[in-house]
Design a protein around this ligand. Structure first.
Ligand SMILES: Nc1ncnc2c1ncn2[C@@H]1O[C@H](COP(=O)(O)OP(=O)(O)OC[C@H]2O[C@@H]([n+]3cccc(C(=O)O)c3)[C@H](O)[C@@H]2O)[C@@H](O)[C@H]1O
Ligand SMILES: Nc1ncnc2c1ncn2[C@@H]1O[C@H](COP(=O)(O)OP(=O)(O)OP(=O)(O)O)[C@@H](O)[C@H]1O
Ligand SMILES: [Mg+2]
Length: 271
């Protein structure tokens, strides 16, 4: 990697808070305590999180469940509400159910985001969605999921949990104010392989931790692997974020995505 790219790599690692070393048990304890502490401080009484069947929500969901159990053991009031948010019938629904079996949430709610998404598409179609309609509809799905989680959080005095981590943050690979909208992020600073390691250590099956990551947003390409959409592998993104050497091409792709999506990691532009 060129000197300039190495320099940018270090800035990005610092910005996203990726530590040089990693110990799964230490990180699990730190993150459960963070979640428990935010409940104690905010006096919120619930955590709310969408469970897709992917490793990020499976891992974050289990951390939430362990945190609310810790708060309850101290005499506090706290519940974890897992939300299934399919768009109609989800092709990998069985994975989502396996994820719920692993998390063992206090409560599971199911909200189908299809009717609201389709109604919104119908209402805005006359504005012209252009030739990337499926892509734009994907972002509507992500935002409908955000709306349903905030409704439940509002009704239960709860907080919405996000699954953003360093490998997703660096690429800006999320929908702004969709799955990017949340009250706290218990996976922040983690690379994808570290999320998997935490999930594994918590007892998730290899099926869940090894599942191919997918945003699964576009109706015409269900389960499209993130790596196809990103043009770089998570191995390369993780190596980059853990300070290792990656190919010039991978470094260029990551640095360009980071720059292009800076607005997603910042507060709205203000005068
Ligand atoms: N320079 C700038 N300063 C301030 N704001 C700026 C901006 N450029 C764009 N924007 C705003 O940002 C918008 C574009 O951002 P956004 O709406 O997010 O849309 P966009 O980044 O185009 O699309 C979201 C991407 O994230 C992926 N995704 C979404 C959800 C979940 C997952 C997953 O992995 O699970 C992945 C999805 O597949 C897609 O590739 C623009 O429409 C504009 O409003
Ligand atoms: N079908 C769904 N049902 C419930 N929640 C969902 C669904 N799709 C996405 N989400 C929410 O949006 C978040 C972002 O999706 P993302 O794909 O990044 O994570 P993941 O599916 O948990 O893991 P992976 O990135 O490995 O696929 C999820 O963690 C989850 O909270
Ligand atoms: Mg996913």
């Amino acid at each position: 990697m060129s000197d300039e790219r190495r320099y940018l790599q270090e800035l990005i690692i610092a910005e996203l808070g990726v530590p040089a070393s990693f110990d799964a048990d230490t990180e699990i304890e730190r993150r459960i305590e963070f979640l428990a502490d935010q409940l104690r401080r905010s006096r919120a009484t619930a955590y709310v999180l969408g469970i897709s069947g992917g490793v990020d929500s499976g891992t974050a969901g289990r951390l939430c469940q362990l945190a609310v159990e810790r708060v309850r053991a101290e005499g506090g009031q706290a519940t974890f509400v897992a939300m299934r948010l399919p768009y109609g019938v989800q092709v990998d629904e069985a994975d989502a159910q396996r994820s719920l079996d692993f998390i063992k949430p206090d409560e599971t709610l199911v909200v189908d985001v299809k009717p609201a998404t389709d109604a919104m598409v119908e209402s805005v179609r006359h504005a012209g969605l252009g030739d990337r309609e499926d892509f734009h509809v994907g972002n509507i799905k992500a935002r409908q999921r955000m709306i349903s989680q905030y409704v439940v959080a509002g009704a239960r005095g709860g907080l919405v949990v996000g699954t953003d981590h360093a490998a997703e943050a660096v690429m800006g690979f999320y929908t702004k104010y969709g799955d990017g909208a949340c009250d706290l992020t218990p996976l922040s600073g983690l690379t994808k392989r570290r999320v998997r390691a935490i999930g594994s250590r918590l007892g998730a099956s290899d099926e869940l931790t090894g599942k191919v990551p997918t945003a699964d947003l576009e109706t015409n390409t269900p389960g499209l692997p993130d790596e196809v959409a990103l043009g770089v592998t998570y191995e390369e993104i993780d190596d980059f974020l853990e300070g290792r050497e990656v190919s010039e091409q991978a470094a260029a792709t990551i640095i360009a995505a980071h720059r292009r999506t800076a607005h997603k990691r910042a507060m709205p532009l203000a005068v």
